[in-house]
Design a protein around this ligand. Structure first.
Ligand code: CAA
Length: 382
């Protein structure tokens, strides 16, 4: 992969690698076990420009390309995928504002989010509407002065710590039931915005996930992002988000492979390190091949985005391939560790749990296949 990168991109990757190895990895198991959101670490990442990497400098971002962003997420996720997903969701909100926000919205919110002074949250999913995003029930009703929002959002990353929420809601519905969905900016202090308790999750326990209720939240006219019919706003945000999650998967897998290789070289069975056994060598070969293929798919999707080309299907290919790869790789890393892989003292136990959500959030594997299949059948082979 080295051969594909510019000197600047290598520099960003190395900076993120050093930060993850010094300031994240040593604490990741303790954050996981205590379900601790590492706010101080997020603040340090903000100072390094890691929270608004692709936002233009005009809005206090780092003005970097998506390839650099993907490389940085891979490195941060090697340290801890909870920190990486916090970064990814803030980036998703930044991307939506950068691409669709008005000048006023960018001045008011994007600068704070890109600089990392504040954190953002993205509220699309509802208790009854995950994959079927068009089935959402949260309503935005017009008033004399703006909008009023009513509904419930589920599995909201960063919710407890966010200062602003991008919330999708139905703005109209025709007689056939076809809904028009729009996106709104809801500040944390909005009256009627109710934040639930953090979910008790299987993995990525140092990231924050809550339910958000909107009880008659009144917003001004200019709270809408990109005008009515915001389904495209939200889907385009998710495309960019999927490149981030694919990168995160590569980071977890790289850590699992490192742990498995170290363990295989140390663990003795039948009179020699288990690394001498073909059974282990074949596992490592498949693990590292899967990782490298995922990295290439992810960087290709990022490069297409940077080149201004269509990358919808490529983002979904990277996401589905990398997330399924990391589930296989972490399972094999546990297998190589034997019984030790099943206890909390060994990092692979955490990596295995952390990997599980990746085929579910930011669009399940099934949805990614639907996006790829529909895209190829409509537009032809890419
Ligand atoms: N990019 C851009 N546009 C897209 C798109 C994409 N990825 N996917 C669909 N669209 C467009 C379609 O082209 C179509 O546009 P036209 O009307 O102009 O033709 C429109 O959106 C509707 O698409 P479909 O007819 O395909 O609608 P559908 O309801 O049958 O399917 C879907 C849509 C692909 C299933 C979509 O609902 C989807 O992606 N669902 C998954 C939602 C998701 O990813 N949720 C993750 C939550 S966020 C999260 O997890 C963040 C976190 O905290 C970690």
């Amino acid at each position: 992969m080295q051969f594909l990168l510019s000197e600047d991109q290598k520099m960003i990757r190395d900076m993120a690698r050093e930060f993850a190895s010094d300031k994240i990895a040593p604490f990741a198991m303790s954050w996981d076990q205590n379900h601790e959101f590492p706010m101080e670490t997020i603040r340090q990442m903000a100072e390094l420009g890691l929270l608004g990497m692709t936002v233009s400098e005009e809005f206090e971002g780092a003005g970097l390309d998506t390839v650099s962003y993907a490389l940085a997420v891979m490195e941060i996720a090697k340290g801890c995928s909870s920190v990486a997903v916090t970064m990814c969701v803030n980036h998703l909100v930044c991307s939506i504002l950068q691409d669709y926000g008005s000048q006023q919205q960018k001045d008011r919110y994007l600068k704070d989010l890109a600089s990392g002074r504040e954190i953002g949250s993205f509220c699309l999913t509802e208790p009854q509407a995950g994959s079927d995003a068009q089935n959402q029930k949260t309503r935005a009703t017009r008033t004399a002065t703006g909008w009023v929002l009513q509904g419930k959002k589920a599995w909201i990353t960063n919710g407890t710590y966010a200062s602003v929420f991008v919330v999708t809601a139905v703005t109209s519905e025709d007689a056939s039931g076809k809904k028009e969905i729009s996106a709104f900016l809801v500040p944390r202090n909005a009256k009627g915005l109710i934040l639930g308790k953090p979910e008790h999750k299987m993995g990525q326990c140092a990231s924050n996930t809550i339910e958000v209720t909107l009880e008659g939240v009144e917003l001004s006219e200019d709270a809408i992002i990109g005008g009515e019919n915001g389904f495209k706003v939200m889907m385009n945000g998710l495309n960019s988000g999927r490149v981030g999650i694919a990168s995160l998967c590569c980071g977890i897998a790289a850590s699992a492979i490192r742990e498995a290789v170290n363990y295989a070289n140390e663990r003795v069975a039948f009179g020699a390190p288990i690394a001498n056994l073909q059974a282990i060598q074949f596992k490592i070969a498949d693990m590292v091949t899967g990782l490298e293929a995922s990295e290439l798919l992810t960087l290709k999707a990022a490069w297409l985005k940077d080149s201004g080309k269509s990358y919808v299907e490529s983002a979904s290919m990277a996401k589905v391939f990398a997330s399924e790869m990391v589930n296989r790789v972490t399972a094999e890393a546990v297998q190589i560790h034997g019984g030790n892989g099943y206890v909390r003292e060994y990092l692979v136990e955490k990596l295995y749990r952390d990997a599980r959500i990746t085929t579910i959030y930011e669009g399940t594997s099934e949805i990614q296949r639907l996006v790829i299949g529909r895209g190829v059948l409509k537009k032809g082979f890419l």
